[in-house]
Design a binder for this molecule. Structure first.
Ligand code: SF4
Length: 360
């Protein structure tokens, strides 16, 4: 018997079908999601719910969003209901979710869909991107999840999975387009909506940032980073410049009837349109001796509130006072207990610090 030619062993290629089989078993239940078995039984996702969840999930975790999503869809079950809601009610319902420009755009978008598009969301990425607050990622996610279009949905989870699967060692953000091309190659025309959700779930639950559970991964055989033993090191990232620190002062005035004096922040700018305590602007150096919003016996609450925004850290000193019922012209009183949940997170921290100082 002659020597047989050695067979060339081609590296296995990742297949969308393997991921879909995994997703069929492991899909995480979410209040906005149509489970794969329901999808097969003909249940269609509601584009309004998909859109709302995707806007809420920008920069926020699934765990943080659940309660807000249920609250919003209970109060405003259709896009036309949300479009008809008052600005202040929607901003108050959003309080605590952060990135408040999203809430303003949410309302604008709901009104365009309700008033100009007969309450029907468009199905293509291009048309979705025309709507307020919908960028490339969100448009792709809605097109895929709500309309089962083969759009390439590239969030942080998908970037991580693609970087590992193909052992891309160039750092992000420079490697983003490479990862997008790899993700596009894998996106199937069969069940692209479930596939998009499957990759995101894989990144969130199995291919996690620090300790990927390769042993239970549907793509363990084709995964190059696993074979090379570098999975946990990917994706590499170009270090970010340190965030600057800004400083400010917030003033909390409590009236004898238990109300606190607040203002609505200007529409434009950070926390625009949200309720807030009166305060200085936020500057690169601590304000020296700023003029209070109105004359009263102000004193320092004794410590600094710290909060981190996308582009800077904030250190906010809180000054407090008790004032008579007619003080604070130009500000409006709200009962302390109903005010707190309506405040954005940084103002909630300042409120808690101020109330603790006044109680002490
Ligand atoms: Fe991620 Fe490991 Fe799966 Fe590769 S095998 S995709 S590193 S979980």
């Amino acid at each position: 018997m002659g020597n047989a030619e050695p067979q060339s062993i081609l590296p296995e290629t990742a297949r969308a079908a393997d991921l879909l089989l995994w997703y069929d078993r492991m899909a995480r239940p979410m209040p906005w999601r149509v489970a794969p078995k329901d999808r097969r039984a003909g249940v269609l996702p509601d584009p309004y719910r998909v859109w709302l969840s995707e806007v809420m999930l920008q920069q926020t975790t699934v765990a943080a969003v659940r309660r807000y999503f249920v609250d919003f869809t209970t109060r405003w079950p259709r896009v036309t209901d949300l479009a008809a809601a008052g600005d202040a009610d929607v901003m108050a319902a959003w309080a605590g979710l952060g990135y408040y420009a999203r809430a303003r755009n949410l309302l604008k978008c709901a009104r365009v869909v309700a008033n100009d598009l007969n309450g029907v969301f468009p199905a293509t990425e291009a048309a979705l991107r025309e709507l307020p607050g919908i960028g490339p990622y969100t448009a792709a996610a809605i097109a895929a999840i709500a309309f089962d279009r083969p759009a390439v949905v590239l969030d942080g989870n998908v970037e991580r999975v693609m970087a590992r699967l193909h052992a891309v060692t160039d750092p992000l953000p420079g490697s983003k387009e490479t990862l997008r091309a790899l993700a596009a190659d894998l996106t199937p025309s069969d069940r692209p909506g479930d596939y998009a959700q499957g990759v995101m779930d894989l990144g969130a639950t199995v291919c996690t940032p620090r300790s990927p559970a390769c042993g239970i991964c549907p793509w363990q055989s084709p995964c190059r980073a696993r074979a090379l033993g570098i999975a946990a090191d990917l994706p590499r990232k170009t270090p970010k410049a340190d965030k600057p620190t800004r400083y400010g002062i917030a003033w909390l005035a409590l009236r004898p009837d238990g109300t606190v004096l607040v203002e609505t922040r200007p529409e434009r700018g950070l926390l625009g349109g949200m309720l807030g305590l009166p305060g200085t602007s936020w500057t690169d150096t601590p304000p020296a001796d700023p003029t209070p919003p109105f004359a009263a016996a102000w004193h320092d609450a004794g410590f600094e509130v710290r909060h981190t925004f996308t582009h800077f850290h904030l250190r906010l000193r809180v000054r407090v006072t008790r004032v008579p019922g007619d003080a604070g012209h130009g500000y409006f009183p709200l009962p302390a207990d109903t005010l707190r949940p309506r405040l954005p997170t940084v103002m909630r921290k300042a409120f808690d610090a101020g109330m603790a100082a006044l109680a002490g």
